[in-house]
Design a protein around this ligand. Structure first.
Ligand code: URA
Length: 209
């Protein structure tokens, strides 16, 4: 699959397996997601562009490198996307954060936007969309559609888990959006859940049911 980055680091795989366990408590699940998003953020930001600047050390002047351009924007797809934010912000503390709220219209089953709040000057920024589960791909596609209207410099999509159906759907409409994931599971079931998956990510993060 092109433009899909499977993050196979042993720590990522280990923590993901612990999160899948049905008896993992809410606090364990949340802690693991935090740790995992920290590790994933490191991989996702690997190709961030750099620029040279002059820096004065206590001894002499030299050239150092800093991240080029406006600060990164993390865009959380509500509500489960919020579970990714703390871990990412540990690695990129200066990042801006946007939120998109989408619900599924019961008649058409299409995603409908109910909330959209982004930082200023999006046309100069790199966007990282975060949502733990890329399942049908409908929310991801709607989020990317909407964000592309703001003409950002780039868009990446980061999830914990996905499935062949979700990857295919997002790549068909937005082949330019790189997908970062810790696993591609077997399939989607008839209710839109990933199998074997980890259940409802939002419920597991927030302790709701
Ligand atoms: N959303 C979830 O939280 N879990 C799934 O398996 C699919 C979508």
């Amino acid at each position: 699959m092109s433009n899909v980055h499977l993050i196979s680091h042993p720590l990522v795989q280990h923590k993901l397996t612990l999160m899948r366990r049905k008896d993992a408590s809410t606090s364990t699940f949340r802690t693991l997601l935090n740790e995992l998003s920290n590790l994933m953020a490191y991989e996702v930001t690997r190709d961030m562009p750099l620029q040279d600047i002059e820096v004065e050390t206590p001894l002499e002047t030299t050239t150092g490198k800093i991240i080029d351009g406006k600060k990164l924007v993390l865009v959380s797809i509500l509500r489960a996307g919020n579970g990714f934010l703390d871990g990412f912000l540990n690695v990129v503390p200066g990042a801006r954060v946007g939120h998109i709220g989408l619900y599924r219209d019961p008649e058409t089953l299409s995603p409908v936007e109910y909330y959209f709040k982004m930082p200023q000057e999006m046309q100069e920024r790199d966007i990282v969309i975060v949502d733990p589960m890329l399942a049908t791909g409908n929310s991801a596609i709607a989020a990317v559609d909407r964000l592309k209207q703001l003409k950002p410099r780039s868009i990446k999509f980061v999830c914990l888990l996905t499935c062949p159906e979700g990857v295919a759907a997002l790549q068909k409409i937005h082949p330019d959006v790189a997908i970062y994931t810790a696993a591609i599971d077997r399939q989607l079931n008839e209710h839109g859940y990933i199998l074997p998956g980890l259940g409802d990510a939002g419920d597991r993060i927030f302790g709701t049911k």
